[in-house]
Design a protein around this ligand. Structure first.
Ligand code: AMP
Length: 276
């Protein structure tokens, strides 16, 4: 595995005539990230992972400074997973002038976008930069961040970006808690309590399956989540997927998405209900 931090080095190492699978991350790797690498490994001759904690997707009062980092450990995990090239740039490399950024026009006013203004502009800006640098044939994103996947797919269509986006399933702890770099912020008790999020989502999906209305399901899920101790609900929403518009009787896929704020960590999770 090669590790590069600058653009000239990156250009030198990228192969010219092979399929390139790309896995962008913010590091502090876990099995969720590793599952994306596995998919990339299966489908491509060359696999690139990036590790970059992107400042423009963090709000002023968010956890940019304390976001967990451990490059040595990440490097080892990436190597073991079969990454060919690890791109580990600094902020000056990724934002040489910061004269231009990508803006989301639709789908950023709901779910995480509503509580994190500007977050998805930052995400699409960095993804766009990374795509231009790496020029992957395939790029791998986790459905853990379902809104992010939908907006990246929209960006790729709107900008005719020559890449195929692959949606990858959410990897969970045995308790059901979705794996996340931010889970290190949780105490053991909070981790146990947080596993109730997934149980609530599963019950909600079952309720949709057995014909309950979107409103009933939302209310019941809100009730379940409100009983989790020492936490506060940020949102509970059902939206059409992947348009992120209103869920209707015509929606063939409905995203049930939640965000719950614990003392030091804001957790997100979701399930997608497919009609029929
Ligand atoms: P992050 O490092 O948190 O920016 O995540 C990098 C990529 O890994 C994104 O595409 C995430 O959606 C994906 N990812 C993070 N956690 C999980 C998980 N538990 N299961 C599947 N994919 C994940």
């Amino acid at each position: 595995m090669k590790i590069v931090s600058t653009i000239p080095e990156l250009k030198e190492v990228l192969p010219a005539h092979q399929s390139i699978g790309f896995v962008p991350t913010m590091g502090y790797l876990h099995e969720g990230h590793m599952s994306l690498v596995e998919s990339a490994r299966r489908e491509n001759e060359f696999v690139v992972m990036s590790i970059f904690v992107n400042p423009t997707q963090f709000g002023p009062n968010e956890d940019l400074d304390r976001y967990p980092r451990d490059f040595e450990r990440d490097e080892k995990l990436a190597r073991e997973a079969g990454v060919d090239l690890l791109f580990y740039p600094d902020t000056a490399t990724m934002y040489p002038l910061d004269m231009a950024r990508v803006t989301v026009r639709q789908g950023a006013d709901v779910l995480c976008g509503a509580s994190r203004p500007g977050h998805f502009d930052g995400v699409l800006t960095i993804v766009s930069k990374l795509f231009n640098l790496v020029q992957p044939t395939h790029a791998y994103f986790g459905l853990k961040d379902a809104q992010q996947v939908a907006l990246i797919e929209g960006y790729v269509r709107d900008y005719f970006v020559p890449v195929t986006i692959r949606r990858c399933p959410i990897i969970r702890e045995e308790t059901g808690l979705a794996k996340s770099s931010r889970n290190v912020y949780l105490t053991e008790t909070e981790k146990e309590d947080a596993s109730r999020i997934y149980k609530g989502l599963m019950d909600a999906r079952d309720a949709l399956e057995s014909g309950h209305t979107f409103n009933e399901v939302k209310q019941k899920l809100t009730q379940t989540l409100s009983e989790i101790p020492d936490s506060r609900i940020d949102y509970v929403e059902l939206v059409d997927y992947p348009t992120l518009g209103e869920a209707t009787e015509a929606s063939s896929e409905v995203l049930l998405a939640v965000a719950v704020q614990f003392e030091r960590a804001r957790l997100i999770d979701n399930v997608i209900w497919k009609r029929g």
